[in-house]
Design a protein around this ligand. Structure first.
Ligand code: AMP
Length: 224
């Protein structure tokens, strides 16, 4: 049975870190629409040119564009054994489109990674990404300095354009308005779970594993 997983949650809850980790462990693709859009911006494609200003303002890219992107990605052979979606769906129309794509396939498991706004703002304002290897630096504990060099490769750490405080506040507003309704949309399903994102990454990972064990007992993907 394939593990078809959606990681839901506000920016900064740690869903990207967890999604990446889980996908690696299970040998299934990690599909981040934010990463796909940032790659398009970096490559200067038509999609990238259209998405860049929208992303920099903290708003959402249009449903049609994103749905097309994800539909194409899920049609690739490596997604047949399962996938971890990160940052999609973000609106009810996107969730409806995903249900339509998955009709007749293994059930969608949805894990919401929850955390309070003030903790999200603290994490996002101190989030740094390595310009050389792309790794996220560990978020410093409260009061600790923000790192400048990548612990993995020594590369320079930079801040995402949308991780400035005023943009973060807008992203959180957009989350509450457009994405939070998905908790309601999925909440009644037997495969919906919520975990506490306001913990150290290892503790969150353990909660997610426990959630998956109860929500998708046979879901294991390639590495099972
Ligand atoms: P993320 O890396 O998931 O925080 O996404 C960064 C930005 O990309 C978001 O603030 C949006 O502008 C855009 N984006 C990513 N995923 C989606 C989506 N599913 N729907 C609309 N916009 C998206």
């Amino acid at each position: 049975m394939a593990l078809n997983l959606v990681m839901l949650g506000p920016p900064g809850a740690g869903k990207g870190t967890q999604a990446k980790r889980l996908a690696e462990a299970r040998g299934i693709p990690h599909i981040s629409t934010g990463d796909m859009l940032r790659a398009a911006v970096a490559q200067g494609t038509e999609l990238g040119r259209r998405a860049q200003a929208v992303m920099a303002s903290g708003a959402l890219v249009g449903d049609d564009i994103i749905i097309g992107l994800v539909r194409e990605r899920l049609a690739k052979p490596d997604a047949a054994a399962g996938f971890v979606l990160d940052g999609f769906p973000r609106t009810v129309p996107q969730a409806e489109a995903l249900d339509a794509v998955l009709a007749g396939k293994d059930p969608l498991v949805v894990v919401e990674v929850a955390a309070e706004d003030e903790e999200l703002v603290r994490r996002l304002t101190s989030r740094r990404v390595c310009s050389a290897c792309g790794a996220n630096a560990d978020v410093p504990a409260p009061g600790e300095p923000v790192p400048e060099r990548c612990a993995r490769c020594g590369g320079t750490l930079t801040q995402r354009a949308d991780d400035r405080e005023e943009v973060i506040r807008e992203r959180l507003r957009v989350y509450a308005r457009d994405t939070k309704p998905l908790v309601e949309y999925y909440g009644g399903r037997p495969t919906f779970r919520r975990v506490n994102g306001a913990q150290a990454p290892d503790a969150v990972a353990r909660e997610i594993e426990a959630a998956l064990a109860s929500a998708a007992p046979q879901g294991g993907g390639g590495a099972a």
